[in-house]
Design a protein around this ligand. Structure first.
Ligand code: G6P
Length: 596
């Protein structure tokens, strides 16, 4: 998704801006741009494609300045093209923007008398709007404060004016923006990770905050125009996450980091009660009769797995994608806990669904996230952090398995009779995840056989069905192979019509109450010549005798969704490598989706 970096210093800020953009690359983007002010003149370079292409242009044109803004764009309005890349300019003003301006057409037609538009973006109207409102008797800061009142939608913006080489103005509403504090220099970014090479002191801005930075001062005005102080936070994240080490891709590194991530997520969470786990009132536990889970993408799949766990201990569970929940009438059953699951904590649909839910009579709002200072955390009563460490690959891996781990620990804490089986399975989870990773080579061999396929069905039953959904999502995200998932028992109601020798079916068979039924479903596929790729747990006694089969290590049934998902992550990863796709930054996708 789009990324913003800005800097004001007494040195050339171009390298800081480019390094910031590179650190935001993992979020997904299709073009990039930079504008700096040097001796009262505005200089801009933009480029379609990777930041490396922009960097080459910056070097070639020797673009330098002590005040600048930069951006990675993920197209919403207008194709990925240099002319649509930010910064957008109007006279002496340059603007970068994350989010969507919903009323841009209306503003555009008002501004079309006097301004000509060079791009198809919604952002360009912001540049012209600010320019049209600028006058000598008012500061840029005051103009921007006024201009943003005309903007509908969600946005973070940063603005510079070549007439004012000593100040950087920015504002946010609905999408993230932080100030990075330096010594005699200041910065802004949509994600503090972009600025870690230059500072570890950050101020997280709130909605409607408008700021003015100089080299030595920071002014923040809140929604009502009052000067306000926001707390400073130190971020001691190591730079490790930005280094692939010996791995070929971040995704591969993150898959292999799972034993560590799982064990860090479990620290202090085994056999604890709800109050300890969530930091809530001790009475909450006895009040919860149901949970409502909202999330998007992979996090939604974590919710779907959790439904099986919650309902196994008698707690009703409803799971919904946030973008649907927020636009429909829904009933809130009594004594229901609302849970938002989000790796980034910044997914717009999930935040908006949470805001809507806060108007309803839920018992309270719990966030499960990997980002301690995110919007979802701030909007919720309680947060359980997944200690996955930074996840850079767009396709979620360790964030997903740590979400599942937290959800199972939550179910354990809610379980009336403190469920020994859950605690034991959680304790041994890092160990079993190591065993699953040891399957890497075998899985790689199978993925080679599969990689020429153009389509695939993922099938499983019971609690592994959402893992089949996640397996199909992972495969399509990073290999661009069309993949769908079905509960195996549902095949006969339609998808079986697709099955012939050209239809690969990826199946998961583990030891549980549905093993026989699952194998019977595989027989149905085999009888129609379907090309089966079977992940089968070693202890399953029944011989299958057809298809390509991989024997997975034995695992506790309750944590099997977490462990099987690791095998499917490896499968998709190796298929994508065979196909030579951009594994860490797949086309058209973004890590953190801060627009609708
Ligand atoms: C994007 C990412 C997915 C992620 C989803 C939800 O689509 O590409 O990997 O699952 O957003 O993100 P969240 O940060 O809310 O978990």
């Amino acid at each position: 998704m789009c990324g913003i970096v800005g800097a004001i210093a007494e040195r050339n800020v171009s390298p800081i801006l480019l390094s910031g953009l590179k650190r935001l690359e993992y979020r997904g983007y299709d073009s990039a741009g930079i504008a700096v002010i040097n001796e009262h003149q505005l200089f801009r370079e933009r480029s379609q494609g990777k930041v490396a292409a922009l960097e080459a242009k910056v070097i070639a044109s020797d673009l330098k300045g002590s005040l600048g803004i930069a951006h990675t764009r993920w197209a919403t309005h207008g194709v990925p093209h240099e002319r649509n890349a930010h910064p957008h300019m109007s006279g002496t003003i340059a603007v970068v923007h994350n989010g969507i301006i919903e009323n841009y057409q209306e503003l555009k037609s008002k501004l079309s008398v006097g301004y000509s538009f060079e791009s198809e973006t919604d952002t360009e109207v912001i540049a012209h709007l600010i320019h049209s409102m600028r006058n000598d008797s008012e500061t840029l800061f005051a103009t921007v404060q006024k201009a943003i009142t005309y903007l509908e939608g969600a946005f973070s913006i940063a603005v510079i004016d070549s007439n004012l080489p000593g100040e950087l103005v920015a504002a946010r509403k609905g999408t993230p923006l932080v100030i990075g504090m330096g010594l005699g220099e200041n910065f802004i970014a949509s994600d503090p990770f972009a600025l870690l090479p230059v500072t570890n002191q950050f101020i997280y801005l709130e909605d409607f905050d408008c700021i003015r930075l100089t080299c030595t001062s920071i002014e923040i005005l809140d929604k009502s125009g009052h000067i306000i102080e926001r707390p400073t936070k130190n971020l001691y994240a190591t730079d490790d996450a930005a280094d692939k080490g010996l791995y070929k891709h971040y995704m591969q590194k993150e898959i292999f980091e799972q034993p560590k991530a799982l064990s860090e997520t479990l620290q202090g969470r085994l056999k604890v009660n709800l109050a300890t786990l969530m930091g809530c009132d001790t009475h909450l536990s006895s009040k919860i009769e149901a949970v409502q889970i909202n999330a998007c993408g992979t996090s939604y799949h974590a919710g779907l797995v959790a439904k099986y766990w919650f309902e196994s201990i008698g707690i009703a569970c409803h799971v919904e994608v946030a973008s649907e929940y927020r636009y429909r009438e829904s009933v809130t059953p009594q004594n229901t806990l609302f849970i938002s699951i989000s790796q980034s904590g910044e997914t717009l649909d999930t935040i908006e669904a949470l805001k809507l839910a806060k108007q309803k009579p839920f018992l309270g709002y719990l966030a499960i996230t990997n980002s301690p200072d995110s919007a979802i955390t701030r909007e919720s009563n309680w947060t359980i952090l997944t200690h996955a460490g930074r996840e850079i690959g767009v396709a979620s891996t360790k964030a997903f398995t740590t979400q599942l781990t937290v959800l199972l620990a939550l179910v354990d804490a809610l379980s009336q009779h403190s469920n020994a089986a859950i605690s034991e399975a959680l304790t041994s989870l890092p160990f079993y995840s190591e065993a699953m990773l040891a399957m890497d080579e075998t899985i790689q061999k199978m993925s080679k056989e599969f990689s020429e396929s153009t389509s695939a069905l993922f099938v499983a039953r019971g609690i592994l069905y959402p893992i089949a959904m996640e397996g199909a999502l992972k495969l399509k995200e990073i290999s661009y192979i069309h993949a769908e998932s079905y509960p195996a028992g549902e095949l006969k109601h339609g998808p079986l019509a697709l099955v012939d020798k050209n239809m690969p079916v990826i199946a998961v068979v583990t030891e549980n109450a549905l093993t026989d039924k699952m194998i019977a479903n595989l027989e149905e596929i085999n009888a129609r010549d379907g090309c089966l790729y079977i992940f089968k747990e070693r202890r399953v006694q029944q011989k299958i005798g057809f298809g390509h089969e991989i024997e997975l290590p034995d695992m506790p049934e309750i944590t099997s969704p977490i462990l099987v998902s690791i095998a499917l992550q490896l499968f998709s990863y190796h298929v994508a490598c065979e196909k030579g796709t951009d594994v860490d930054q797949p086309r058209n996708l973004a890590k953190s989706v801060t627009v609708e």
